[in-house]
Ligand binder design. Sequence first.
Ligand code: GLN
Ligand code: ZN
Length: 768
Amino acid sequence: MLTHNLGYPRIGSHRELKRACEDYWSSRISRDELLEAARAIRRNNWQLQRESDIDLIPCNDFPFYDHVLDLSLMVGAIPARYRPLLEKSDSSELDLYFAMARGYQKDGLDLIAMEMTKWFDTNYHYLVPEFTKDQTFSLTSRKALDEFQEARSLGFNAKPVLIGPVSYLLLGKEKEPGFNRLDLLDRLLPVYLQILGELQDLGAKYVQIDEPFLALDLQDKAKHGYVSAYAEIAKACPELKIILATYFAGLDDNTRLAASLPVSFLHLDLARAPAQLDAVLSLIPPELGLSLGVVDGRNVWKNDFVHSLALIAKAVEMLGSERVALAPSCSLLHAPCDLTIENNEVALPGEIKRWLAFARQKLDEVVTLKELAQSDSHRQHSNELKENLLDMESRRQSVLIHKPAVKQRLATVLPGDLSRQSPFSVRQAKQHALLNLPLYPTTTIGSFPQTDEVRKLRLRFRKGELTQEQYEGAIRRETEQAIRWQEDVGLDVLVHGEFERNDMVEYFGELLEGFAFTANGWVQSYGSRCVKPPIIYGDVERRAPMTVKWSQYAQSLTAKPVKGMLTGPVTILQWSSVRDDQPRSITAKQIALAIRDEVCDLEKAGIRIIQIDEPAIREGLPLRKAEWKDYLRWAVDVFRLASSGVADETQIHTHMCYSEFNDIIDSVAEMDADVITIETSRSQMELLDAFASFHYPNEIGPGVYDIHSPRVPTEKEMCTLLRRARAVLPPRNLWVNPDCGLKTRRWPETRVALANMVAAAKALREQL
Ligand code: GLN
Ligand code: ZN
């Protein structure tokens, strides 16, 4: 029975990659130093995995920014706008790569970054491949080969990981009309064959090819693509053992297709979709092996060995252990690195820690499961199994988890609690009369740059070097400066800046019951940005107001309205590691009640506009369409539960970023927020089409400033975007704002960009 890993976190257990990349971007270190830092992380990751005794260790699972971008560079899918960089003599492949990821504004060049979107239903973002009708492909970056050789030179015969050709095309986007990106398969495949052939020549035995789309709803064209692509790969590389990896959902109606592909192993995500095992076993051909993803790569909970062993036994009984492999359910990229470096008993009490497993521990679990599965006597005498049973039982019984008062309140929620007092048109009139804002009001999404000073303040406060009073005084000064600055620049609806928040989810988690925290449980979100998801282990309850003090202070400084700023229930759920002992919808409802109380308290404190951020609504959408309805129902309901406790005059905003709205627009409308701000600038307002053709009834602020890039947008280009928006939306419903919060930006670029944005809004008003 083979054990393998689909991918290891690339950020380093102390975010070494983040530091190195950011140092390189700001010219604090040289390219060589960056490359050396990356080699050190890879070496360390390979070493750790070897220590766990896992049989096949992955390579080419280490991108500097994103593994889909790696592939675009590998196959030479480089959009034409970056050509000047290819021609510049002093520019390296790495500079081109980072330009594609982050945009480039230097030496008279001004290139916008590639579009970024969420990786399936995770909080990881990838860079969307761009295809043209006459798209050609050629082996351009040799990174996959180099990494294999690098591992070799360190004594590892690693398993290269590649995204498969069909999934790669499906992940991308046609940048002009008149073709279907799957038509490019014939042109793309030769590059894959070349890479696989070279890997084979270099001595690779196994190659993992990820085809996550195999577990999604597929068009016939894609199905045919799978058949022809894998037939060709098998023909060209008969020696290579291909592990075809699917994850995040079950194969369902694609089971027959997947099982018919000529590969050595088919990997199944049995954490997400355990029921698919029976279906696959019932029609598996004799030459195919199964890789069982029994250890959940997406969460932090310890594996339930008894449950996993039953699944393994079922497969072994039919196939024999030779044809069974064990692995985490998906790449461990989505899990924090290492539980053993967590030693803060207050943030993460020992009782809770005992229920957890991070990436390193998950590999140990895979290996232990193999040992347990292989011998009866081992099972009988195994301390690991006994301990695992006790851990599982302790979680089921713990009083830390169950709070009767929370369950009771949930049971008394009435349908009326989910609706505002009056319909939108009535609320809009009241709000406009009260707020008296100009046409095309300008605002921002909430956070302002988190400078080193602000971060240092928080760190020193945590270390006890600052008293609560000193810390809060300093944060108040930051807030005041931000308010003054916003008034000077001429914004209409202000924000307090979120200087007191480390993270939009963690901040609330720390103030709510039922959450635990790690010190180093970082997970990559995009590029060098990582998040540290809190762990929701028990019933959620609000102890006391969480934001009122800060909002009230900010509002006291100005006559302009300051938005209260909250994170919505679905986003708190989505960006946390969620307990798996009750439906997610129940946990979401508990959070919604806590947020509802906060919304009401903000209103009482005189806050007239309250924003409830829900950037994660769409990423929570189940991957299979059949499950959408159920999810959208409760996701909309919990937003309404959180937001409906206020008077008509109180304006509720929501914010979503990097969302494709076309397929959920009616649910977004049902949320009934008075104003929604969305991400649109990277896709040049494409998203707006959904809102326009649906005749979205409420107010809307399509982002005109891409805050995920350091590039400063000009007044003119924002005017162009706004005119495009005005052409399809009723002018009185249009807001002017950036795509998202500004916390990752620096003040100098933020100042210029927002001044340009305000100027753009003014120019538009004057055109009336
Ligand atoms: N209010 C948050 C901020 O500005 C929203 C962040 C987000 O949507 N991801 O930072
Ligand atoms: Zn956002």
